[in-house]
Design a protein around this ligand. Structure first.
Ligand code: PEP
Length: 268
């Protein structure tokens, strides 16, 4: 049977929004023509989850950008999956490259967080990362396999997990990954799932790509056989995001008009 993996786009606002910016971004997303065949989710800072949930169209999901590995306790500054769910998040991003590199989150901690988030009925975008050193030393497969070996046993329900592959060397560096470089790694991850988890999971798990995806690059990437969507950082704050959500639109030349914005404009 041909797998039906719904195209998935996660626009991550990171720590780049405040209440009024969320209002203008949500207004523009509400007015835009978004391809409903795409599952579209916005990653929002925890303190604004309820605000974003109220303002975004109901067909757009909301994701927390992190959470802790238990439901409650003396963990100042942390939030649990149950808490972010009460604030309107249906998804949680775990193992984002910034959590790994800036905040020192280990594979083991990320695995514990994934297990707890799934046990709390959340849906999870689980990130794996390829650094510049991995690519330059031809160690991409080993680096990703090590992260997958830690992550996969933590997953109790693959139907609630989207796997995000981030080429860190192509994020905000001015260097772009070519479609064939992206396809090679996505196929590698799917092969890893097939060999280590099973055929059904390999065929049905959505694997998305992150690394400076923009309006200019999304359509070519969207045609890759193993690509099921995008995790988007900087372009999530621009009208580019609408083009990215619509990247699988049937007639590439006739994308829905996006108000009067140019793709390179920022939303104020
Ligand atoms: C990210 O940091 O996860 C990301 C995808 O950012 P960008 O799209 O800006 O590379």
């Amino acid at each position: 049977m041909v797998p039906s993996r719904r195209f998935f786009v996660l626009g991550n606002w990171k720590m780049n929004v405040n209440a009024s910016r969320i209002e203008s971004l949500s207004r523009l997303l509400s007015e835009a023509k978004l391809d409903r065949k795409t599952e579209f989710v916005i990653g929002c800072p925890s303190c604004y989850l309820s605000h974003a949930r109220q303002l975004l169209p109901s067909h757009v999901g909301v994701a927390a950008q992190n959470c802790y590995k238990v439901s409650r306790g003396n963990f100042s500054g942390e939030v649990s999956p149950a808490m972010v769910q009460e604030c309107g998040a249906d998804w949680i991003i775990l193992g984002h490259p910034e959590r790994r590199t800036i905040f020192g989150e280990t594979d083991d901690l990320i695995a514990e967080k994934i297990t707890h988030a799934l046990s709390a009925s959340a849906k999870v975008v689980a990130c794996v990362v390829e650094g510049k050193e991995d690519r330059n030393s031809n160690l991409t497969e080993e680096a990703l396999a090590a992260q997958m070996r830690a992550l996969a046993p933590a997953v109790t329900d693959w139907s609630r997990v989207v796997l995000a592959f981030e080429a860190l060397w192509a994020s905000g560096t001015g260097v772009l990954a070519t479609p064939s470089q992206v396809q090679e790694v996505l196929a590698m991850l799917r092969r890893w799932l097939r060999l280590n988890v099973g055929n059904h999971v390999a065929e049905n798990t959505r694997i998305i790509y992150a690394g400076s995806v923009s309006a200019a690059t999304c359509q070519e990437l969207a045609r890759l056989p193993d690509l099921d969507g995008f995790l988007v950082g900087s372009a999530a704050l621009k009208p580019d995001l609408i083009h990215i959500v619509n990247a699988r639109h049937r007639r590439p030349g006739k994308l829905p008009l996006i108000l009067s914005h140019r793709p390179d404009q920022r939303w104020a």
